[in-house]
Design a protein around this ligand. Sequence first.
Ligand SMILES: NC(=O)c1ccc[n+]([C@@H]2O[C@H](COP(=O)([O-])OP(=O)(O)OC[C@H]3O[C@@H](n4cnc5c(N)ncnc54)[C@H](OP(=O)(O)O)[C@@H]3O)[C@@H](O)[C@H]2O)c1
Length: 307
Amino acid sequence: MADPSVAGVTQQRTPDTSPVTVVGLGPMGAALAEALLANGNPTTVWNRTAGKADRLVARGARRAASAAEAVAASPVTIVCVADYPAMHAVLEPASGALAGRTVVNLSSGTPEQARDAVAWAEQRGARYLDGVIMVPPEAIGRPDTVLFYSGQSACYDAHRATLDVLGGAAQYLGDDPGLAVLYNTALLGLMYATINGFLHAAALVGSAGVASAALARIAGDWFVPSVVLPLCAGVTGQIDSGDFPGDAGDLRAHLTVIDHIVRTSRDQGMATDVPGALRDLVERAIAEGYGDKGYASLVELIRTPAG
Ligand SMILES: NC(=O)c1ccc[n+]([C@@H]2O[C@H](COP(=O)([O-])OP(=O)(O)OC[C@H]3O[C@@H](n4cnc5c(N)ncnc54)[C@H](OP(=O)(O)O)[C@@H]3O)[C@@H](O)[C@H]2O)c1
């Protein structure tokens, strides 16, 4: 299975002063342009609402009169607009200027939209690299900021020094252009599930008058790093191999623990939606024959829609 920690990770910042174009000057696009200007890259900017370029022009950016002029001004154009339809709306009228240029799209979307964008760019003679930003605008330009990229490695390598200006800890995830967006979606799902777990845990201890900050300290100092993260790392081999030994605790044993969480929530006068959803999944797995398998076997149900 592909592992970006092996496939290639950018860790060093290389000096770069290549000309760059930034299209899309919302909060994020403006931060990208500012980082490039601060690094000394000759930076051309364009935005549908032209006035958003004023502050950047005052700091040395060159204002393009059209998206086509912006694309023609630099070998690489970084696009950071609301979504992929907005990217197409901006770049379609600039199609004539795209031949021989590289588009790096940092707008949010889906893996399918990213893959379609490659074909769209190739039809216009352009190279295309997809990327994702998971940090706020103020983190742009820092050496420890992570941005994800995926698509043609030659395209990434050719512009790596410029891209490192935006985030010095960028990660190239692989040839599939949909990968950057897929990682983004996967990590956001992890974030929401983790926050939901924390909210439920905070409500549980809160039902006995305990402040959530006390729980956050125990979770952060000990439980998550010493118990949860090793558990996740420990099951990666099982997830990838499809072999889920239940000798260290099978799903039936886990159901007993999860039942206690549901019952305690109810006894403390709380809603049971969060652990209830988990219990439903474990019960379905047992009904489908996974009762003597390890906990990670739930991934088999998660992989396929319920029939
Ligand atoms: N802000 C953040 O904290 C953050 C963090 C991570 C990722 N991102 C991603 O970065 C991208 C840009 O975000 P943002 O915060 O800068 O603002 P945004 O509100 O998501 O996007 C604003 C930009 O998109 C342009 N735009 C929208 N629809 C358009 C259309 N149909 N045609 C032409 N231009 C269009 C806007 O042009 P006008 O100015 O003319 O309206 C503006 O340049 C998004 O995909 C977002 O998800 C943002």
